[in-house]
Design a protein around this ligand. Sequence first.
Ligand SMILES: [Zn+2]
Length: 243
Amino acid sequence: MKCWFYCFLLILLSSLSLPAQSNEGTTEKVRLLIVMGGGTYESSVFRFFDTLDGVSYTLVMSDTVAFKEDFRDQYDAVLMYNLSSSLAEPARSNLVRFIESGKGLVVWHHALANYGDWPWWYQEVVGGRYLLRGEGELPASTYRQDESMIARPEKAHPVVSSLGGHPMHLYDETYKGLWISPDVEVLLSTGLSTSDGPLVWVGPYQSARVVVVQPGHGSSAYFNLGFRYILRDAVRWVAGSLE
Ligand SMILES: [Zn+2]
């Protein structure tokens, strides 16, 4: 008696639960792994991460720890905001596996100076490099803080679509003397003389989406609404949740 009653109840509940299950796909957030460490950070950066809507994140303060195991199943994208001269095994191979599998990568601000001993990384994946010191004919890159600049979208692209084709004002740090690959697709640039020009670009890597965002030194960038949308949309686009 009890058995048939519970079986009936189970079937009824299963059918009632169908609409909730079909919602899952539309509300799914990008699973983001944020890597920091090695740089100096304003504490407001943690509040900034909370403003990235559509994103659920895990923050790790070391690339060696973040990439110590194969993390392809746990995350859709990585946001690198660390500063690290090299990456040892097995972290290096796990990072390669991640992007070779087509997962997304955003390289943010001083992470442009990462892994200067790994040409494949900065030439083929990132398409740019901040040189911490001169190398052969290439002089060291330079930076200048507290710069006021006009940033202009270079083309229509999902990462800069929030600007609607209009320029924006940014008060932030500029870099100059970067090595930048001729194969990058520049999305946002400035004409300011203390900058090389390109501020946001798509990296040359073909197996995964890679976006580089140069501005982002501190709170003047974090709480600039236009900048916040660009970083959020960079994360969503590389993860394949924004087209
Ligand atoms: Zn900085």
